[in-house]
Ligand binder design. Structure first.
Ligand SMILES: Cc1cc2nc3c(=O)[nH]c(=O)nc-3n(C[C@H](O)[C@H](O)[C@H](O)COP(=O)(O)OP(=O)(O)OC[C@H]3O[C@@H](n4cnc5c(N)ncnc54)[C@H](O)[C@@H]3O)c2cc1C
Ligand SMILES: NC(=O)c1ccc[n+]([C@@H]2O[C@H](COP(=O)([O-])OP(=O)(O)OC[C@H]3O[C@@H](n4cnc5c(N)ncnc54)[C@H](O)[C@@H]3O)[C@@H](O)[C@H]2O)c1
Length: 474
């Protein structure tokens, strides 16, 4: 049997949000590009991550917002229609059908090949299609690995045998389990515990450290912990799990204290691992498995035609950061294809500096947590001269109009030598939309003296910016 061969300027392995954007930038730069996808075009974000999880949370958030305004609260007389919320989620995932994303790919002038792709030596990718046939794709300039990540199972005896939920099941479930155990109190654990508790499950959240959301400011984890407890979630901190088993229909987790917790399902939300073990890395002299090491232009060191973009490189596991990296890597690929040098200086068009210095993220819990740049702990670890200033957002007039009894916290980490912001965290209802102002200030390294001239409108929650500056000035 002869294997067909096709040549493109750029071959992109994985058509998630990252891969789509690498291919798009390449085509806009005058190159030809092909996407290889083994599942759904659009990847995790569209079908099993961002979009379904946010739609599962949004109904409860909208109700909480109305209940927090006396007068409006009187109109909230019923309960959330869970079936309708799940149906809305199904609509956002297009019922797990990627036809609309495929038509976007076609419209963008990008070729698409369905199947599992593996590197097969320099600039070659072999795609195995569902019918077992193979197609060889040859790249004139670059191969971009954008294969993403999957849920990591922690080493707990018997865990694989209890058929745990991963985030895929937690975001696509057709009904609320009566009792849901959640293993891990990071982004996924906190968001999914919030969502399913409000959709009718009795949730128990087990976190082996003493803090939820451990990579963010401690105040964030504390606020989310308090709200989860108020919703009725059984939050168990400092709880490691040593074994798991099924007992009839029940799943049983054995904690390191010897205590057992029981539920109908268990969601494992204990971090991610790269999809890099079965993509032929060994054929180009690289170790399979693990996050793909890349430089600031997302190029794999020692393999100049190979790029690792998005979750697969482990730099920042966020859709918007994968898409940002895709724009930067795409620019690097196009620049190098033209025979030009790529500028590797911070903040230049082909490097992903924001990964290190200014990554924004929002945890869509109640309260929301929006954070950008360095936390106070990270500033201390890096030995940067800094001061931390905090202000209760509820003391701002706009916040009290927004919701009765608004509580929230704003935290700014200020570089005391350069007098610029290293990082900002907002904790409170509705702060997601406030975050971008902080991102602009951090990326722009806007001096504190100039921020005084960025006057927040009255009465908005943004007025907390002024209060933070006043607190800093003392
Ligand atoms: C529950 C949950 C909620 C989240 N919510 C948010 C959020 O609100 N905001 C946010 O910014 N981020 C969120 N994230 C993170 C976000 O989903 C990821 O950062 C993002 O999906 C990464 O995109 P990617 O394209 O790099 O990888 P992926 O989306 O994983 O895409 C990789 C693609 O490659 C394909 N693939 C893999 N191997 C091969 C192969 N060998 N051949 C062919 N195709 C292959 C896969 O099928 C997949 O389609 C969430 C994650 C989870 C788990
Ligand atoms: N809103 C968003 O932007 C959003 C939402 C969901 C996920 N994400 C992205 O996806 C990534 C993965 O999310 P995640 O929640 O799986 O990972 P995570 O790293 O955020 O959290 C994992 C948590 O599990 C805990 N843990 C690990 N092993 C454990 C064990 N054996 N027992 C108990 N607890 C254990 C860790 O202490 C940590 O708190 C995030 O880092 C984030 O980048 C983003």
């Amino acid at each position: 049997m002869t294997t067909a061969e096709q040549t493109y300027d750029v071959v992109v392995l994985g058509a998630g949000s990252t891969g789509e954007n690498v291919a798009d930038i390449a085509v806009r730069g005058g190159l030809s590009a092909v996407l290889v996808e083994s599942e759904l075009v659009g990847g995790e974000c569209s079908y099993w991550a961002c979009m379904p999880s946010k739609t599962l949370l949004r109904g409860s958030e909208a109700l909480a917002a109305a209940r927090a305004v006396s007068g409006a609260a009187a109109a909230v007389t019923g309960e959330q229609d869970v079936a309708a919320t799940l149906a809305r989620r199904d609509g956002f995932t297009s019922h797990w059908d990627d036809a609309s994303q495929v038509s976007w790919v076609e419209g963008a002038g990008i070729a698409l090949v369905r199947g599992h792709g593996r590197l097969a030596g320099e600039k070659r990718v072999v795609v195995t299609r569902a019918d077992g046939s193979e197609l060889v794709l040859v790249a004139r300039h670059a191969v971009a690995v954008c294969t993403g990540s999957r849920a990591a199972l922690p080493p707990v005896d018997g865990l694989p045998d209890v058929q745990p939920w991963t985030p895929r099941e937690a975001t696509s479930a057709k009904e609320a389990p009566r009792r849901l155990l959640v293993l891990g109190g990071g982004y996924v654990g906190c968001e999914m515990a919030t969502a399913w508790q409000q959709l009718g499950s009795a949730v128990t959240l087990l976190q082996h450290g003493q803090q939820l959301l451990p990579h963010l400011e401690p105040a964030a984890g504390q606020a989310v912990e308090a709200s989860l407890r108020a919703l009725g979630v059984d939050v168990q901190l400092g709880t490691g799990v040593t074994a798991a088993r099924r007992d009839g229909d029940e799943v049983v987790l054995v904690c390191d204290s010897g205590d057992e917790v029981r539920g109908d399902e268990v969601l494992v939300a204990a971090g991610r691992e790269a999809n890099s073990d079965d993509i032929g890395l060994d054929t180009v002299g690289l170790e399979p498995g693990g996050y793909l090491e890349v430089d600031e232009s997302l190029q794999v060191p020692g393999v100049p035609w190979l790029y690792g973009v998005g979750d697969v490189n482990g730099r920042q596991l966020l859709t918007h950061m994968g898409k940002y990296q895709a724009r930067q890597a795409g620019h690097a690929i196009v620049t190098r294809a033209r025979g030009e040098q790529v500028d590797l200086a911070d903040w230049s068009p082909s490097v992903a500096t924001a990964d290190r210095l200014a990554t924004p993220s929002v945890v869509f819990t109640d309260p929301q947590v929006g954070a950008v740049g360095l936390t106070s702990a990270q500033a201390a670890e890096q030995g940067l001269p800094h001061r931390v200033v905090e202000y209760p957002i509820g003391d701002v007039a706009g916040a009290s109009v927004f919701a009765d009894g608004y509580t929230g916290t704003a935290i700014a980490v200020v570089d005391t030598e350069r007098e610029v912001l290293l990082g900002v965290t907002f904790i409170g209802p509705g702060v997601a939309e406030l975050l971008h102002s902080a991102t602009i200030a951090v990326v722009g390294e806007v001096p504190i003296s100039r921020l005084w001239h960025a006057v927040p409108s009255y009465p908005t929650i943004s007025e907390v910016w002024l209060r933070l500056l006043e607190t800093y000035r003392g």
